[in-house]
Design a protein around this ligand. Structure first.
Ligand SMILES: Cc1ncc(COP(=O)(O)O)c(C=O)c1O
Length: 382
């Protein structure tokens, strides 16, 4: 099996699984309980928070556990817009955000907020000049994703946050789900106020994530209840998931930068081989430092991405046609549309995505290309 759909989800690491099981067996108390069993569970949560905050170079008090990237994005965006609505009614975001941002922003747009949807270039990159033009004293929130889930485009979020802060009182959020542990970011030194992460994109468990909230920011809580996570995320903590997420961070934290470097080279080689064997292929992702080495988006003209996906699947090769979250939606990707991808290529897009340190080796690469080429020759116009 060749699993190349890691932006959708990754296979859980075995050590992470053991940690989850062990916490379920030994630390099943409610962290809010005052007795010993609660205290033991609370300790697991505390240690896990410290591991994640150390990696992000922020304080433990600035890390909040959630059920994943979607919830983290919702909590921050809702929380800021409700808390600071007295400051204005303008939001800035981009045309290529994940639905877990797009839909939240649209819901505020429907309520009357003015939204600037930033354009992107042919590789999905925003223009900082356009951002400078859009930001105003009315801007309450600017939300720009770190790494795009379909193309791997890395937005210059640290620079963008600086620009926004120099020109306004706007808070700055970044959906970091595809960037976390894959592409470095300096939350300590940057002007970013919020950053979301998700466990299942880094070989951790599903249904667990975290949200960095700068101590300078106050949020109106989105979920109301028992007041867990200092009031920002009520609900009994997912202690095994939290421990599993922290374990994944522990496992990969020392190697992630070297994975990044080898990944860059492997992605270039992979793309070159693709081009060499299938000249009609169009690479939609950056192959330089502006793109994550974990995601390669490409298209073939006049064939459906879904047809390619199912043909590869017959050989136990798994890719995606876009992002999994919108994979069942039959309309074409809003990201590739924003990049002005030609209609002929739009339909024939596939996304190849890797997990931490897992680019295919030479024989896997050749096998993949051979099967893709066969598909193209059999079903495409090649
Ligand atoms: C960029 C991005 N943001 C948010 C999410 C949602 O994360 P989760 O599945 O943890 O809710 C995803 C998942 O694909 C993503 O890629």
């Amino acid at each position: 099996m060749l699993y190349l759909d890691n932006s959708s989800t990754t296979k859980t690491n075995k050590e992470v699984m053991s940690t989850v099981v062990s916490v379920m067996e030994n630390y099943w108390g409610n962290p809010s309980s005052l007795h010993e069993l609660g205290v033991l569970s609370e300790k697991v949560v505390k240690q896990s928070r410290k591991i994640i905050s150390d990696f992000l170079q922020v304080t433990p008090e600035e890390v909040y556990f959630t059920s994943g990237g979607t919830e983290s994005n919702n909590i921050f965006i809702h929380g800021v817009l409700e808390e600071y609505k007295g400051r204005g009614n303008h939001i800035i975001t981009t045309k290529t955000e994940h639905p877990a941002v797009v839909e939240v922003i649209k819901s505020f747009e429907e309520k009357g907020w003015r939204v600037s949807w930033l354009d992107v270039d042919e590789f999905g990159l925003i223009s900082l000049e356009e951002l400078k033009r859009e930001v105003s004293s009315e801007t309450v929130l600017t939300t720009i994703m770190h790494v795009n889930n379909e193309t791997g485009t890395i937005q210059p979020v640290e620079e963008a946050a600086k620009i926004v802060k120099e020109a306004s009182r706007s808070l700055f959020f970044s959906d970091g789900v595809q960037g976390f542990m894959k592409v470095p970011i300096n939350l300590e030194k940057s002007k970013i106020d919020g950053y979301s992460i998700s466990g299942h994109k880094i070989n951790g468990p599903k249904g667990i994530g975290a949200l960095y909230i700068s101590k300078k920011v106050r949020l109106k809580p989105f979920l109301l209840g028992g007041g867990q996570e200092r009031g920002y995320r009520s609900g009994t903590e997912n202690v095994p998931g939290i421990a599993g997420l922290a374990k994944a961070v522990q496992i990969y934290k020392d190697d992630y930068l070297s994975f990044l470097e080898t990944g860059k080279k492997k992605k270039i080689l992979f793309a070159e081989k693709l081009k060499e064997n299938i000249p009609e292929i169009k690479i939609n992702s950056f192959l330089n430092d502006k793109g994550s080495p974990y995601i390669l988006n490409c298209s073939l003209p006049g064939i459906r991405g879904e047809t390619i996906l199912h043909s590869l699947e017959e050989n136990q090769i798994y890719v995606s046609t876009g992002s999994a979250c919108s994979g069942k939606d039959k309309s074409y990707s809003h990201v590739l549309r924003a990049m002005n991808l030609d209609e002929r290529y739009l339909m024939g897009t596939i996304r190849i995505s890797m997990a931490l340190g897992s680019w295919p080796d030479k024989s896997e690469t050749l096998y993949f290309i051979q099967k893709l080429k066969e598909t193209w020759e059999r079903l495409g116009s090649g």
